[in-house]
Write a protein that binds this ligand. Structure first.
Ligand code: SF4
Length: 423
């Protein structure tokens, strides 16, 4: 997969269609990026604009590519999923704004959002590119934290453990620190040069001092990232709704229940609710209640605000808080960072050599591929819950017809896009 996705034909190839979790995840990131940027410049967040930008990104991604995945069985399903995921992205951005944003505002200074860090030299011919969701500084301690937003189907112990050993958190912390070292070095070099000019009396001393003061003030010195703060947005599990016969995401922020009485309509977000008088401690909504898709009957904004107010089933946990999780920060561990970077250096050096050999040496390519990029058969049929999208190439010999299903990958990082070559 690494070879096909990142190196084949120089840039790698990716499926033409987008996977549902990917487009929803990008839309959520786009909305939150806007809100974080407003916090960075000290302006009031504009939630409606953030949602607008997210929806725009979502619609563009889906209309450019369409959906893929084993559940996208027909046009009816695709049309339903399109509306559902659009609503879900909006609901989660609004939930983030209500739950997480006030905390960020209170506790942190937002230093940058989705900043492209200049590629950092890793090892011979290999540079590391990184873009952190946001770089934060804690107001009370002045400590630096990286911020990472993830959207997952559900949150349970195993998922939590996987974040505790998250590689991205380690490499991003390393990249930010290396970048700040380089920036600090550059500032010191300029200050030395200013001193040389001062000694040579080539410029008025007053001007040189002004520049020096500005640089000293702007320079933050080498950074040390103390922790990674995660924010986990819960999208909900996808289940087959036997009534509509559609795969449906189970999330109370976009799926509710209603009871139409003679004079009024009652609403609920959870089928089960605490009922101490029952032996199990739980009760169910029961007869007369029916599920509905929120986006078909409400503005998502109104429903999420209604849930957040706690007026709907106050006896239950508030579902808005339950879908924006903020686990304890993952504090820095120098040994882990060092170990991860050392592993990556060896691995990437090995891959880099293999790529060089593939294009330059007269060795059968099959041998190099088998040696460096062996098939990972254990995930061909189950990669992140889906059949691997490269199966037609690996198992059906479709490489010669690749353009039907795939396109050349557009690099995520600016430096790689600009270079027009693999870094
Ligand atoms: S089909 Fe299997 S071997 Fe091929 S890229 Fe996917 S996981 Fe790897």
């Amino acid at each position: 997969m690494r070879y096909l996705q990142y190196h084949l034909f120089g840039k790698g190839i990716v499926p033409k269609t987008s996977s549902v979790p990917l487009v929803t995840g990008s839309a959520i990131h786009r909305g939150i990026e806007h809100l974080m940027n407003r916090l960075r410049i000290g302006q009031e967040e504009d939630i409606d604009t953030a949602v607008g930008l997210a929806v725009e990104e979502y619609v563009k991604n889906v209309s450019d590519a369409g959906f893929s995945g084993k559940m996208m069985v027909d046009d009816r399903q695709k049309a339903f999923t399109f509306s559902e995921q659009k609503a879900l992205a909006e609901a989660l951005i609004r939930a983030w704004h209500l739950v997480e944003s006030p905390d960020i505002k209170k506790r942190y200074k937002v230093l940058s959002v989705e900043r492209e860090i200049e590629p950092i030299h890793l090892t011979n011919g290999v540079r590391l590119q990184a873009k952190v969701d946001a770089e934060l500084q804690e107001i009370t301690t002045n400590e630096y934290h990286n911020y990472s937003i993830k959207s997952v189907k559900a949150w349970y112990e195993k998922v939590e453990d996987s974040y505790r050993s998250d590689l991205q958190g380690l490499t991003e912390a390393w990249a930010v620190e290396q970048d700040s070292l380089l920036a600090d070095e550059a500032t010191n070099n300029i200050i030395c040069e200013l001193q040389r000019l001062r000694n040579a009396q080539s410029f008025p001393d007053k001007n040189l001092t002004q520049i020096e003061n500005y640089l000293t003030k702007a320079s933050r010195g080498p950074k040390k990232i103390s922790a990674v703060r995660f924010c986990i947005l819960i999208k909900g599990k996808v289940i087959m709704n036997n009534f509509t016969e559609l795969y449906t995401t189970n999330n109370p922020l976009i799926r509710g229940f209603k009871y139409v009485g003679p004079d009024s309509i009652q609403y609920a977000h959870s089928w089960q609710y605490p009922k101490p008088e029952n032996k199990s401690g739980m009760g169910t909504l029961g007869k007369g209640w029916e599920g509905f898709n929120v986006w078909e009957q409400f503005a998502i904004k109104d429903w999420v605000n209604y849930l957040f107010s706690g007026q709907c089933q106050p006896e239950c946990d508030n579902p808005v808080y339950a879908h924006v999780l903020r686990p304890a920060e993952m504090f820095r561990n120098d040994d882990e960072i060092e170990e991860a970077i050392s592993e990556i250096k060896f691995q990437e050096e090995y891959i880099n050599r293999a790529l060089f050999n593939l294009s330059n040496l007269n060795v059968p390519n099959g041998d190099i591929l088998a040696h460096t990029f062996p098939k990972r058969r254990q995930v061909c049929n189950f990669h992140k819950g889906e059949v691997c999208s490269y199966k037609p190439i690996c198992w059906e010999n479709k490489l010669s017809e690749w353009e039907e299903l795939y396109q050349i990958r557009i690099p995520h990082h600016e430096a790689e896009r600009e270079n027009g070559k693999q870094n």
